[in-house]
Design a protein around this ligand. Structure first.
Ligand code: EPU
Length: 433
């Protein structure tokens, strides 16, 4: 009996994989609400480690990465409970300080426990995430900043081993406005002694979100939203109740889908200014975009014009919408040059897009796309979250049927992806393969 049970478990986890089957041709219409941001909630969950007691996060997306981060926090001794889109995290007085490779390899963002664990426990052993399908993903700025704050950090046997007898505020100039490094330094600095200054800090809405949560916990941070963050360390922080900022990348994905399928979507829950440049690019492509409050309406009734984009840190064009924009250009009129400045391997997915008939040539960090009047459905493999989204969008306009493999990537970052698209009129289903 036990053998059959084990076999079933093995089969479930090793043999049954989902694919998305997409039939092209249906315009997307209707209204869609955007959930909380993946790239904020994971860091907010880590930030709860800074205060013993029970913190509450609302507007949490139902995605695989949140499940992995919950498991990581549980292993550190926290109690994590999910009720609908709210999670409560109860942090013990003495959390454990080790993040193992089996979780870190599944979710690179696990590195965000490094700063808060070091601040709370005086030590953090976090597996080095390594590179992934979009690039090499350095950690040097995280490590250099922590060393400047007095920590001893070494890389041994695949782990970053950090120790400190009390972090001290420091002035840190980032070479590049790294989202992750800004977050690590923020979480380390809020309870360090004295003042820390982060120059050339990232300014993404998700950075504003974590700053607001830390302030709610009692942190002293000024310059929020600017590229100079000044943090004056406090003795301790308290638990907090915080609503996660909405996911601008999910909203942008639906906006691009509306344009590609020549549909009409009203997207709610996200401040339009967080998508200012992508929406401007969609207007250049020919879309009618109206926004007000936290609602964006995107309409399109003709074939899009191809549009050049250059990815840059916020408020530049987000790299996380680059694959979706390449998909848009693939069926546009004319040609476009897309320049990727953040992740050197993010163009890998164009080989898959080419399987649908897209005409894309890459050279270093440039991609030249010549728009085709039509794409044709084919089996393709998603290699990361955004590549997966881009391939599904292409499938929505390709002639015939497209099967997208590797959809576990999409599940990591998009809550109810298939159900949402079905609700907007797309012909898409999840099939066990
Ligand atoms: N970098 C270094 N050294 C460092 C830190 C970063 O060289 O110490 C490099 C990276 O290798 C990369 C660039 O700087 O080439 C940007 O890295 P950044 O630290 O800004 O990005 P991240 O924190 O690793 C987050 C998001 C990404 C998003 C980027 C940029 C999370 C979990 N991930 O990554 O999201 O693309 O910021 O906005 O927040 C995604 O959602 O699909 C995704 C990849």
């Amino acid at each position: 009996m036990q053998t059959i049970g084990s076999l079933q478990f093995w089969l479930t986890y090793h043999c049954v994989v989902s694919v998305f089957r997409v039939e092209g041709g249906a315009p997307l219409t209707g209204a869609v609400a955007v959930p909380g941001a993946k790239n904020s909630v994971l860091k907010l969950m880590a930030a709860t480690l800074l205060a013993p007691g029970t913190s509450e996060l609302m507007n949490v997306p139902d995605i695989e990465d949140v499940a992995i981060m919950s498991e990581l926090l549980r292993r550190l001794g926290c109690e994590v409970n999910h009720v609908g889109s709210t999670i409560t995290i109860t942090v013990p007085h003495r959390p454990d300080h080790r993040a193992d490779y089996d979780l870190v390899r599944r979710m690179r963002a696990s590195i965000c426990v490094l700063g808060p664990l070091l601040a709370r426990c005086g030590a953090a052993d976090v597996a080095v995430p390594g590179g992934d399908n979009i690039g090499s993903r350095g950690l040097d700025m995280h490590v250099d900043a922590l060393r400047k704050m007095g920590a001893h950090v070494k890389n041994e046997h695949g782990y970053l081993l950090a120790e400190s007898e009390g972090l001290a505020g420091a002035q840190v100039f980032l070479d590049f406005p790294s989202v992750g490094a800004t977050e690590t330094i923020l979480m380390a600095a809020v309870t360090a002694t004295g003042e820390s200054i982060i120059e050339n800090a990232a300014r993404e809405p998700e950075i504003i979100d974590i700053c607001m949560m830390l302030v709610g916990m009692g942190a002293d941070i000024s310059g929020i939203g600017s590229s100079t963050l000044i943090i004056t360390g406090v003795n301790s922080l308290k638990p907090v109740s915080h609503r996660v900022v909405s996911d601008r990348i999910v909203a942008g994905t639906w906006a691009i889908a509306a344009v590609m399928t020549q549909g009409d979507l009203t997207i709610s829950g996200v401040p339009p200014q967080y998508l200012a440049l992508p929406l401007e690019k969609l207007q250049t492509a020919g879309a009618l975009v109206e926004s007000g409050g936290d609602t964006i309406r995107v309409r399109m009734n003709e074939r899009a014009q191809c549009v050049d984009i250059v990815t840059l840190p916020y408020p530049g064009f987000p790299t996380d919408l680059q694959p979706q924009f390449i998909a848009l250009n693939a069926i546009g009129q004319g040609a476009a040059l897309v320049t990727e400045n953040l992740f050197e391997a993010r163009f890998r997915f164009v080989q898959e897009l080419a399987r649908l008939g897209a005409d894309v040539r890459t050279d270093g960090h440039h991609a030249l796309i010549r728009g085709r009047e039509a794409l044709s459905g084919a089996p393709v493999e998603a290699t990361d979250i955004r590549a997966g989204a881009g391939l599904v969008l292409a499938g929505l306009v390709a002639q015939g049927s497209t099967t997208v493999y590797g959809v576990s990537h999409i599940d990591r970052g998009y809550a109810e992806f298939v159900e949402t698209l079905q609700g907007l009129g797309a012909k898409i289903e999840r099939v066990e393969a």
